[in-house]
Design a protein around this ligand. Structure first.
Ligand SMILES: [Zn+2]
Length: 365
């Protein structure tokens, strides 16, 4: 929603001088940030986790996050740590929504097959970043994530504590937002309005095929969550892996800084603590700077797709496909070098960057 269209009124030009004022994180971690991260990793093999909902070509913000993950992998591998990139594909995100009887039902990307058609650009980007960094990658879809042996116990713990967790995870409605798609038609009660919870299963309602049960044990691969609940469950799975000496790797997460601060304090650290996991046990999260428009709002993929926003911006700022078409591999290399610099000089990392900053970087390409 645009509050007011300022486009025809006066515009400020910018002086092109980049300042890096120190304060908060950029003050404390202004030097040797990667060494700090490395000191907190105890296993040799490190999985650097990144995620995305593949409903279009990777948008520019995702490009920054993925570049940062690989740049971190490259820099941290100078010691004894052996990193790999681990791409968590969120193919359960909504593809279509339909309202039936006043309840919102969704069809996931995996049922609509949108996810598979968009993944090609993601793998191309990952391959390219692999060629720049020498760091390999693995990926998995939500079904594989949910098949992790710890999941049934975690689901049970969350369901048993839902009176504590749900009001935090869903402040609007206080619903747990744990759901399973109907196996006949793919319809999913998005908010879990009708969902019933038991100690060993949930019961879901499909308007066409009626009630069906899904057990935590043996059927966990079918579960889906909203983003905050998935963030919590993933955080706990990673914690358990990090603590388990039998698991030969350790997790670290890289994500966009729109998930930093208050979001994580409320939705991850507070809820994990209520479930018996201490905040210091949760895996480290490294936050990538946001790419923001002139007003300071992050570039939004859905605004671009649905409302034809940003038509005045160069199209390479929109998504990877357009970036690759306009700037090619040379542009991608430049992007990787820029993001690598943020780790070399970490006072550059704890801040956001406007589209004008990238216009300057790529102005001659
Ligand atoms: Zn159904």
């Amino acid at each position: 929603m645009v509050d007011k269209d300022y486009s025809l009124e006066r515009r400020l030009t910018y002086d092109g001088v980049v300042h890096h004022p120190l304060g908060g994180g950029s003050y404390v971690f202004q030097r040797n940030y990667v060494e700090y991260l490395a000191r907190n990793i105890s296993k040799q093999n490190l999985r650097i986790s990144i995620g995305a909902q593949p409903n279009s070509s990777p948008h520019f913000g995702t490009l920054v996050v993925f570049n940062l993950a690989y740049a971190l992998g490259k820099k941290i591998s100078r010691g004894t740590i052996k990193p790999e990139i681990f791409f968590e594909i969120i193919d359960t995100a909504p593809s279509e929504s339909v309202e039936i009887g006043g309840i919102d039902y969704q069809i996931s990307l995996r049922y609509s097959n949108v996810a598979n058609s968009c993944l090609g650009d993601y793998f191309e980007l990952l391959d390219l970043l692999n060629s720049f960094s020498g760091i390999s990658y693995t990926s998995r879809k939500q079904r594989d994530f949910n098949s992790e042996p710890e999941i049934p116990k975690i689901l049970k713990n969350i369901v048993q504590n839902r009176d504590l967790i749900a009001p935090i995870i869903d402040p609007q409605n206080g619903l747990l937002r744990m759901r399973v798609a109907c196996s006949d038609c793919g319809l999913t009660d998005k908010k879990g309005i009708n969902t019933k919870y038991y100690d060993d299963r949930i019961e879901s309602y499909c308007p066409e095929h009626k009630w069906f049960e899904t057990y935590f044990e043996g059927e966990s691969e079918k579960f889906e969550y909203n983003t905050p609940l998935r963030n919590l469950i993933r955080g706990i799975v990673y914690t358990r892996d990090n603590q388990n000496k039998e698991v030969p790797f350790e997790w670290l997460r890289v994500t966009g800084s729109d998930y930093a601060g208050y979001y994580q304090e409320q939705l991850l650290y507070k809820t994990a603590s209520l479930l018996g996991i201490s905040a210091h046990e949760l895996p480290t999260i490294v936050y990538a700077p946001l790419v923001v428009d002139w007003s300071g709002a992050k570039l939004s993929k859905s605004l671009y797709l649905k409302q034809n926003a940003y038509k005045n911006l160069p199209q390479y700022l929109v998504n990877y496909k357009k970036f690759r078409d306009e700037l090619g591999e040379k542009g991608a290399k430049k992007m990787f070098e820029e993001v690598s610099l943020w780790l070399e000089e970490p006072y550059r990392l704890f801040r956001d960057y406007s589209v004008y900053y990238f216009l300057e970087i790529f102005k001659n390409d």
